[in-house]
Write a protein that binds this ligand. Structure first.
Ligand SMILES: Cc1ncc(COP(=O)(O)O)c(C=O)c1O
Length: 336
């Protein structure tokens, strides 16, 4: 495959192989690679009728030493198992998840971008309910799919800031709803708000659905704020437990920051020197401003990424690219 790595955006590039495994009669089949990207799916499948679907996102990096490192895939496997339980689906066993990721990588090795391009190989694991059903209820057959796709660097130029808009008219997820799971319905229900924000050249900050007082999360990323020597991140039952945030919290503690996960009132943004969204796609996406248009308030954090978040960003990327020691065993070097 002839790929111009430097011009790859954050878009889908068709891989040669995807990996699939079905679940029938209470048993998972062994994952297999296929070039067929289409499903022969019944029109009444529970994923189509009732949104019985969960997904994940993780990356493999070509390191400075030429080795391929997969970042914390076991955490994605655990999170997908929780999402599966949340939607009454059969969880994908961790070892099977791992075998599917490894097979997808092995069959698409030429899609791992070279070191220095900033591009990575992204994996999209997907779990869907396939049982035909018209009466409301869960299915008992499932399909697990891993779709690999090389993606360009999140910051093709330099590491830069994004503006966020406070949203109060669309709730992403209810306090005891599905916000803690990575399921398609959460994203579809956010589109009205996220697309409106994108049309204004911004991203969307979701508040807690019950009171619209506390910060929940950014559209598809957790929120982080720096206040003095403190790393603050929201505690909420409606947000996705981010693996990037978890890694950054560990690094922040090692850098001597106090790490606090608690409910954060929106107005507390005024006391923060730096703010950012964090997730697999961007690692850290620094925020220059949060605009609360309804209240006529703008919270500003400067036009350039701040020193603390920049340090954390580089520290995590250095581990992912094999430039720094991986003390926590977060990366798995892929050997064929
Ligand atoms: C809603 C939401 N929150 C947070 C995250 C960040 O999670 P992670 O760091 O595991 O990618 C994501 C992306 O996966 C997301 O979609």
């Amino acid at each position: 495959m002839n790929i111009d790595w430097s011009s790859l955006g954050f878009h889908y590039t068709e891989p040669e192989y995807i990996v699939r495994a079905g679940y029938h009669n209470g048993k998972w089949e062994e994952p297999y690679a296929t070039t067929d990207k289409y499903l022969h799916l019944h029109v009444s499948a529970t994923c189509l009728q009732y949104g019985q679907e969960a997904f994940e996102g993780l990356k493999a990096f070509r390191g400075i030493d030429g080795k391929i490192r997969i970042f914390r895939w076991k955490e994605n496997a655990k999170r997908m198992a929780k999402s599966a339980e949340g939607l009454f689906m059969a969880p994908v066993p961790e070892e099977l998840f791992g075998r599917a990721i490894h097979l997808a990588l092995e069959k698409n090795l030429e899609l791992v971008p070279p070191y220095g391009t900033g591009a990575t190989l992204y994996f999209r694991p997907l779990l869907i309910g396939t049982t035909p059903r018209l009466g409301v209820g869960p299915g008992k057959d499932f399909e697990f799919i891993v779709i690999p796709s090389p993606i360009g660097p999140y910051y093709p130029g330099k590491f830069h800031c994004t503006t966020f808009i406070v949203n109060r008219y669309v709730d992403r997820a209810a306090p005891y709803g599905t916000g803690q799971f990575k399921v398609g319905g959460n994203y579809a229900s956010s589109f009205r708000a996220t697309e409106a924000a994108h049309m204004m050249g911004c991203d969307c900050l979701f508040l807690d659905a019950k009171q619209h007082k506390f910060i929940d999360e950014c559209s598809a990323a957790n929120f982080i704020g720096i206040k003095g020597n403190e790393y603050l991140t929201p505690k909420s039952s409606a947000i996705l437990p981010s693996i990037t945030n978890d890694s950054l919290m560990t690094l922040a503690k090692e850098m001597g920051l106090k790490v606090t996960r608690r409910r954060i009132r929106l107005e507390e943004l005024a006391d923060m020197s730096e703010a950012a969204a964090c997730g697999t796609a961007c690692v850290i996406s620094p925020i220059d401003k949060v605009e609360d248009t309804e209240k006529g308030v703008t919270y500003s954090f400067g036009d350039e990424p701040g020193p603390v978040l920049s340090k954390l960003y580089h520290a995590l990327k250095d581990i992912q690219y094999g430039r720094a020691e991986d003390k926590h065993g977060w990366t798995e070097v892929f050997e064929i």
